[in-house]
Design a binder for this molecule. Structure first.
Ligand SMILES: Cc1cc2nc3c(=O)[nH]c(=O)nc-3n(C[C@H](O)[C@H](O)[C@H](O)COP(=O)(O)O)c2cc1C
Length: 193
């Protein structure tokens, strides 16, 4: 029997071209519901998400778009959904800094992205945005930080795009080989995988 990783992991991709298909409230709920079930240090659940749908709230959408780096704005502006993922910086139970809060937001975004893939959507995360601008424009309170931006939607049909873009978007996804990131016993130990 040949085993394979789950298709939602294998096929997930950060696309740059989205179709105009609307994301319903029901689908949106499933995305954030998936994120909500992420594990987190002390079950703090430090993630907070601010989303906007381009059609429903063009002003709100424009605010998040404004925070993106110019290179990201150029493609993300065709995504029906933009979001900013934030974190609560301190633990609620003792108000000490939660050094894993950013890690936990990353996990929640990973789970959201996989749930999106299962539903036929693509999520494209972006470090290329101005967190301070987002915190100000979106009224993010003290004690919370903007961590990442993301654009999401149903991927465009590649055949509808110019051939140069089709070629770029069809490039195979690349990863370092397993032996570069998995060690047995100690750092550098041959994993044999
Ligand atoms: C935290 C994070 C930040 C990223 N920032 C950007 C970005 O600013 N602009 C961009 O085009 N892609 C960005 N990406 C997407 C990555 O380039 C992409 O995930 C990577 O090339 C692997 O491709 P794949 O997601 O299709 O497998 C980001 C991804 C992550 C997880």
């Amino acid at each position: 029997m040949s085993l394979e990783i789950h298709s939602s992991i294998q096929n997930r991709k950060s696309v740059r071209f989205f179709s105009e298909k609307t994301i319903t409230k029901e689908i949106l709920t499933l995305l954030f519901e998936a994120a909500r079930w992420s594990p987190s240090c002390f079950n703090e659940q430090p993630w907070r998400f601010i989303y906007t749908l381009q059609k429903e709230n063009p002003d709100g959408y424009g605010k998040i778009l404004d925070c993106l780096a110019t290179a990201n704005q150029s493609w993300a502006s065709n995504a029906p959904l933009l979001l900013i993922a934030c974190t609560k910086t301190n633990f609620t139970y003792n108000n000490r800094p939660n050094t894993h809060s950013v890690y936990d937001v990353g996990q929640s975004m990973a789970i959201l992205s996989i749930q999106a893939e299962v539903l036929g959507l693509s999520v494209h995360q972006m470090a290329g945005f101005d967190p301070k601008q987002a915190e100000e424009l979106l009224s993010i309170p003290d004690g919370f930080r903007a961590i990442t931006a993301a654009a999401a939607g149903y991927p465009a049909n590649l055949n509808d795009l110019p051939s140069k873009i089709q070629a770029k978007e069809s490039e195979p996804r690349k990863r370092h080989p397993l032996q570069d990131c998995v060690f047995e016993g100690k750092w550098g130990g041959n994993s044999g995988l």
